[in-house]
Design a protein around this ligand. Sequence first.
Ligand SMILES: [Zn+2]
Length: 290
Amino acid sequence: MEYSVFDAHCDTLCCVRDDGKAIEKNDCQLDLSRMGKYKSYTQVFGCYINPIYKEHALERCLDLIGAFYGSGLDKHGMILSMEGGEPIYDLAALENFYRLGVRIIALTWNFSNHIAAGVHEPDKSKGLTTFGARVVGEMNRLGILADASHLNDKSFYDIAALTRLPFIATHSNSRAVCAHPRNLTDEQFNVICQSGGCVGINLYPPFLNESKNADLDDIIRHIEHFMSLGGENHIGIGADFDGVSYLPDGFAGCEDLYKIFDRLLGMNYSEEQIEKISHKNFERVIGGVL
Ligand SMILES: [Zn+2]
């Protein structure tokens, strides 16, 4: 079986922008030559707004969007997302980001901002702000998906109550399998399923296994758990390539994703089920806003 892939999150634009890496071929975790070995490969390229940029968040975001277009990634059918809402200083800015091609926004990274609270927020009562509620309303109107991956639990439920679009978590795993706040509870996974959304399995070992060392078995345990919750139409890949310092044993980058699908095939998953997980579930959800 030749696989098609849809990966909902990577940070490779930072390598292109900051380290001068070529997207065609590089020593990062992802490049076009390795993606080209698959039947098809659609990648969501995140514009990660590192908190160090502070009042320069907007310039930073535009630099990363520039790296996306400068590398010709739009011509390869790739998709843009934003990770951290600091560049959204008003609603008109949001419409400009839509025009520039941004279709997914994680409103916070791990910390809190003027929009919502992230997973490292010590005050559990903090969630979506008043301005944040207006941002979500405008995202509904424009057709930009909200990404739950770095939100704290309160922000998760605040946004779930407001969004009329499918709610997604581009790169998060199951908290029942690995108790990390970046992962989703079973109840949160069900909320995402009911919205018609999708969750991308993240390959960062600390999100896969509490020992911080992980291998293919751990990746499969998260998929199997979401499957046991009725998630067949709501599981995808969000590997977090180039956003993570190391990967599970046996994984060096996008060239190794096929190992997940080969294993599922060996476990008697049908080709149709594997295609849903490898690309069709996220294609369905993102296709709705393209
Ligand atoms: Zn992330």
